[in-house]
Design a protein around this ligand. Sequence first.
Ligand code: ADP
Ligand code: LRH
Length: 499
Amino acid sequence: MKLTNAIAVDLGASSGRLISGTYDGNKIDLKEQFRFSNLPVQVINDLHWDYMKIFQEIKYGLNMAKRDLPSIDSISIDTWGVDYGLINRHGQLLFAPHSYRDTRVDDYEALLYDKINRFELFQLTGNQPAKINTVLQLFADLQLNPFLTNEIKHILFMPNLIGYFLSGKAINEFTISSTSGLLDTVSRKLSSEVFERLGFKQEWFADLNKGGKVLGQLLPQVSTEINLTDLVQVITGVGHDTASALLALPVAPEDREDIAFISSGTWSIIGQQTAEPIVTKAAFDAGLTNEGCFDGSNRLLANLTGLWIIQELQREWSYKGELVEFGQMVDEALSETTIGSYIDPNNEIFAAPNQMEEKIMAYLKATQQKLPENRGQLILLVLESLAFSYKRIIEDLARVTGKDVSVIHMFGGGIQNSLLVQLTADFTEKEVITGPVEASVMGNIVSQLQVQNLLSTADTKDVMVHSYTVDRIEPTHVPDLNAKFKKFQSVRLQHKVDF
Ligand code: ADP
Ligand code: LRH
């Protein structure tokens, strides 16, 4: 069989990467071609995607891949959820897209929920109302700039915006759209009710694609610039990084309701695959949300501030001249014992960038807990707090779905943190199966092969089993686990921490 070389562009907050996947009919070999930093840029009061740099880096990375591979057959992009770009009737981007950590939404949250209250919005769309959601960001954009209503021709989610830059074709994909808070829970198409009540126009999000599509060839403006003569197909594959990672699980679709997953990266996403969205009061109260999978099925999950806290600590320390690698951070934590203090990683003070160490200290003081005496103790308490959050959410999921799971699949960059993985197994008292690190990339490649009919859904599990190995981590006994968990829960519920 002819080898197929696909390029996955995966845009995460820790980095953007171009990774090639070479498929021989039996397995996919991944090879990193290029990695670049992907930090949002603060301009006075606004936090933006650095989209021009990103696009330039993608072109550069494609040129690197072209030198390495005999041919490049296709490319597709996945990113984190919710963010978007506005295109005018001349096909131009109106503003640099905002990052979901931008604060312009703060002034419009109450107004939005006056029009549709939180629980109603949850029932209408399946998405847990959150500050980051597209629905609130777009509502804020239109309140701030009413003229946009007449200017917008297309709204494209970030993977689809970059796909547009590469192909000239404007189309949105289902999985990334399903993070927006704009799709109807039942039809999984745009919600007429939400659009009417908020004054949004459905035509802005025309051509919502389910299952992926070949958009066409790379634009000549791009291929000429980077001297690429291959006929590269630009594909709208799986657009959302979490949905992408799930495509790469070595578990058949019919066996997925019996496992939980943890996607561990900048965010921690803890969930279970379900046939349909679940929008009960119990799901709402537990802070769960519903997002779409590439095959149209559903994920019930919690989006939790994850290793973002560790990334921010690392970034801050490096600005102070103390460069600490992630591996060293884990070693420092491993050399300490627990001080029994915890934070709630999902407290909103930790979602914003900057001053992470100070915010953790403020949280510990506000909840009258012991303060860490060194960096290792600080890192350890963050990781323990994350693992206790996973335990809490896994228990909530079991209550809501009525299915207790015995195995957790954990994937993403965070599985390189052996301490976090062991704590997850220990605190949840469940077996944890880890792999792969580049789960979103693997799923992105799988989706490109599926769209081109080179790989069937039925064969995907076997191809995944041949493509990477997994590790199995058994729980070890933690003395006083219940008492520690109880303490974590109690500090978590003391919600108001001023910073
Ligand atoms: P995303 O794509 O969401 O930005 P990744 O899946 O790449 O994130 O995961 C990034 C996280 O992985 C980092 O925040 C870091 O905590 C963790 N990580 C990366 N490399 C290592 C390592 N060598 N040891 C421990 N943790 C690591
Ligand atoms: C994880 C993720 C998550 C949220 C957030 C904005 O990378 O996609 O599912 O949507 O980013």
